[in-house]
Ligand binder design. Structure first.
Ligand code: NAD
Length: 265
């Protein structure tokens, strides 16, 4: 049964099957580890060969598929593979995402725009299109779309990224209405700046530009977060774990920021 909570689970029983896209690293990987620990059969897919290889070594209890989410045929193959193994998919987490370029709108290259939209939003659409019919048929499922706080505030110089993430919210709200009658819940999670190499790089570049120390820039950035610290990949994973569980049985159509509370980017 989908979305089985710990309280109803027989000892050793699995909760169901979850698939996380773009999950060989970062938030997706942390979420895969968390869901596997919570008793889900977890599958991930990713386009990056080296990351998939090291994921398979680090997390042997999770099945990892090679897949470019922007290719509808590859998406079809992954869903067929998961269905062949488990007969159903209970949880889909659309996590694969790229940042796109940082540029003023007039300087955004055509290819960069297209690729950002292709991966971040078209990829999610392809997975939804393949996964939803099975969920509808057995009347149950949980879908989580990983958006961003960029979808709450906008993000100067990152128009394609912000546009793709706002589209994620539109898709979440719409599908929650469309799929609720089939007992399928659809929510969006908006991570704020996540502690790790990406934000470290941004801080270092900004420090160089401003001519001040990286520690000082970090203090400025953390000062913009009410909780005075960046979220971690485990914080995002914990929210996803809650949203797929039966504890969230009546939570749908929600856009949940996990960002330590920020009011702008
Ligand atoms: P990450 O770069 O660590 O992970 C993203 C993964 O997606 C990578 O493993 C990458 O190989 C994979 N990927 C990229 N293109 C793909 C494609 N075409 N097909 C399949 N996989 C592909 O990044 P992350 O920080 O873990 O980001 C995960 C999600 O969270 C993204 O959607 C991102 O936009 C969102 N997010 C991240 C932050 C942050 O600060 N890290 C903040 C807000 C939102």
């Amino acid at each position: 049964m989908a979305q089985e909570g710990a309280a109803q689970k027989a000892p050793g029983a699995r909760r169901g099957t979850a698939l996380i896209t773009g999950a060989a690293s970062g938030i997706g990987k942390a979420t895969a580890i968390r869901l596997a620990k919570d008793g889900w059969n977890v599958h991930i897919c990713d386009v990056d060969k080296a990351s998939v290889k090291s994921f398979r070594e680090d997390v042997p209890n999770v099945t990892a598929w090679m897949c470019d989410v922007s290719d509808p045929d590859q998406v079809k193959d992954v869903i067929s593979g998961v269905m062949a193994q488990h007969g159903q998919l209970d949880v889909l987490i659309n996590n694969a995402g790229i940042a796109g370029c940082t540029a003023s709108i007039e300087d955004v290259p055509q290819d960069d725009w297209r690729q950002t939209i292709d991966v971040n939003i078209n990829g999610a659409f392809y997975f939804l299109r393949e996964a939803v019919p099975g969920m509808k048929q057995r009347r149950g499922g949980a879908i989580i779309n990983i958006a961003s706080t960029a979808a709450l505030f906008g993000y100067p110089q990152r128009t394609a990224y912000a546009a793709s993430k706002w589209a994620m919210i539109g898709m979440t709200k719409t599908l929650a209405m469309e799929l609720g009658p089939f007992n399928i819940r659809v929510n969006a999670v908006c991570p704020g700046s996540v502690a790790g190499p990406r934000i470290d790089g941004v801080i270092e570049r900004d420090a160089e530009r401003r001519g001040i120390s990286a520690a000082e820039v970090r203090r400025i950035y953390e000062g913009q977060v009410s909780m005075r610290k960046f979220v971690t990949v485990e914080d995002i994973a914990a929210m996803c774990a809650f949203l797929c569980s039966s504890d969230a049985a009546l939570v749908s159509g929600q856009v949940i920021a996990v960002d330590g509370h920020t009011e702008s980017l």
